[in-house]
Design a protein around this ligand. Sequence first.
Ligand SMILES: NC(=O)C1=CN([C@@H]2O[C@H](COP(=O)(O)OP(=O)(O)OC[C@H]3O[C@@H](n4cnc5c(N)ncnc54)[C@H](O)[C@@H]3O)[C@@H](O)[C@H]2O)C=CC1
Ligand SMILES: O=C(CO)COP(=O)(O)O
Length: 337
Amino acid sequence: MNIGVLGGGSWGTAIARLLSKKGHDVNFYVRNKEIVDEINIKGENSKYLPGVRLENIKATSDLFEAVKNSEVLVLGVPTNSIRSVLEEIKDYVKDQIIVNLAKGIEVDTLKRVSEISEEILPNNSFVSLSGPSHAEEVGKDIPTLVVVSSKDSNSAKKIQHTFSGEDFRVYTNHDLIGVEIGGALKNIIALAAGMSDGLGYGDNTKAALMTRGIYEMSKLGKALGADPYTFNGLAGIGDLIVTCTSMHSRNRRAGILMGEGLTSDEAAIKIGQVVEGVKTTKSAFELSNKYNVSMPITHKLYEVIYEGLDPRKAVSDLMKREYKEEMEEIFLENTKI
Ligand SMILES: NC(=O)C1=CN([C@@H]2O[C@H](COP(=O)(O)OP(=O)(O)OC[C@H]3O[C@@H](n4cnc5c(N)ncnc54)[C@H](O)[C@@H]3O)[C@@H](O)[C@H]2O)C=CC1
Ligand SMILES: O=C(CO)COP(=O)(O)O
C-alpha cells in the first residue's frame, strides 16, 4: 500500500519505519530539509529518534509529494498543528483514510482531532491510533499493543491490518470519543506524576495521582459521550501507566523539571519536543468548567502552569480538599464498572 506519513518527529518516524518494514511504500513528509537529507542519505533521524535505522523510506519536504499517490494518510504532527496541515493538504486529498497519531484537544476550539478532520475533510474516513506506545521502543521492535478507533468500523479494521505486525498488535475499539479523550488526558496526569517525582514524593503519591487521575479522565470522558469502560483499556489506563512511569515520556520528564522548579515553558524548551499535556491542561480545564465536571488534579495543574501556583502548594491543596466518598453517585449512574 502507498502510505503518506506527515510529521517527522519521533512518533512519525517510528511509524514510518514500522510501515516500511511491513512492506508498504512510505512517503514521509518532514518539514526540515536537513532531516529529509539525513533520512534519505544516512537512514537516520538523529534529532528525533537517534540510533534507529530507517530503510526504504522516501523522505520529502514536499507535502504534495507525500499526499498525492497515497491510499492512507498518517498525521504525525502535534495536535495544535493538525488544523494548519489539513488546511494545506485539503485540495489534494482524494479518498484517503486519515489516521491520526496525535494525542490532545485543540486549545482554541476544544475540539478532538476527529472533529477537526471532519470539519476540514468531511468526506474522508478518520481513524485514531492510541495506546501505550513510546516511539523509542517501537523503533526497536519492542512488543507493543495499541488501539484504533473510527466511526467507520471498516476503516478501523483496514488500519488494524495495515499496521499490525509481529511486534505491534492493534486492537479496534468502537468508542472514538473515549479513545481520543483517554490519549489526550493521560498527558495531564503524567505531568502531575512527573511533578510529584520532581518534588521528591514517593510511589504512594504517584499511585494516588494515577488512580484519581483515571477517575477524573473517565468522568470528563463520560460527560463528553465516551463509554467510561474505555478508560480501563489501552487508550486509558494502559497509556496512563506508560506515560506516568516511563523515562521516555516527554510529559513525565517535563513534570519532573517543573517539580524541580522550572516553568512549563522552560521545561518544554529543555525537552525539545512537543509536551502535549501543557496545552491539553488548558483545554481540559475549560471543558471541565463547561460540562461541570470536577477535575481537581487538572485544575491544580492549570493553576501551576497558567497562574504560577507553587507545585508543593498544589499538592497540599489537593490533600486538604473536603473528605468525600471515593466515587460520586453521578459517575456510577449508568456506568458499567
Ligand atoms: N513520541 C511518542 O512516543 C508518541 C507521541 N505521540 C503523539 O504524537 C504527536 C507527535 O509527537 P512527537 O512525534 O513525539 O513530537 P515531536 O516533537 O517529536 O515531533 C513533532 C514533529 O512535528 C513537526 N511539526 C509541527 N508542526 C508542523 C507543521 N505545521 N507542519 C509540519 N510539521 C510540523 C515538527 O517539526 C516535529 O518534527 C503528539 O501528539 C504526541 O502526543 C503519541 C504516541 C507516542
Ligand atoms: O503517548 C505517548 C506514549 O503512549 C507518548 O507520551 P509522551 O508524549 O509523554 O512521551
